[in-house]
Design a protein. Structure first.
Length: 202
């Protein structure tokens, strides 16, 4: 009996962990917050970063920022094919140089079904820390530069729809409204299952 109870508790715990580590979908308010710097690289930071990488690969993305899992910290993970970097986790990243301009189609894991043209710098120089606390400098071009800019925007509470061309923004407006409605629906269903509401119903 005890063994069964232990198993149940373990399963509930796993299910809960799995539930919290999911990609936050627009228009969740956390996506609009300016994230706080990571002050210390402890086990929680390393573990969450690893889980973020797994989540990003599962979703077939090339980048994911901490606010996209509801964690308002200046940490991103990215893995762009062809980049000459071993690190995949970047802490407190800052763009220190931008060059050129290029318009390309862009998507975001927090905006399922939304694609639009966004102007970005063609080249960037970025400073960030890795999980060992080493300060690194990267020069990036093309898709790699785009991913840096997209993810660093996330930790500043800026979203790619803010920078979308007017034509693209118009084209995706219907889908954005749909995502807003779906979010409202999820919010009200959470309220229904909240303990205080259940108690009131009884
Ligand atoms: Zn994004």
């Amino acid at each position: 009996m005890n063994y069964e109870l232990n198993c149940l508790a373990f399963l509930a715990c796993c299910a809960y962990n799995y539930f919290i580590m999911e990609i936050v979908i627009y228009p969740a308010p956390v996506l609009r917050l300016k994230a706080k710097p990571v002050e210390e690289i402890d086990d929680t930071v390393s573990q969450r970063a690893e889980e973020m990488l797994e989540l990003m690969y599962e979703a077939k993305g090339v980048g994911l920022a901490a606010p996209q899992i509801g964690w308002s910290k200046r940490l991103i993970v990215k893995d762009v094919a062809g980049e000459k970097i071993d690190d995949k986790v970047f802490i407190n990243p800052v763009i220190i140089e931008e060059k050129g301009e290029v318009i390309e189609e862009e998507g975001c894991l927090s905006f399922p079904g939304v694609l639009g043209k966004v102007m970005r710098a063609e080249q960037v120089v970025v400073i960030a820390y890795n999980l060992k606390g080493e300060r690194l400098e990267f020069e990036a071009v093309g898709l790699d530069a785009r991913v840096w800019q997209h993810e660093i925007d996330h930790i500043d509470g800026r979203l790619f729809i803010d920078k979308m061309s007017p034509a693209s923004r118009l084209a995706v407006s219907g889908r954005l409204k749909e995502l807003e409605r779906e979010y409202q629906k999820r919010q009200s269903s959470y309220q229904i299952s909240a303990p205080s509401k259940l108690k009131a119903d009884v």
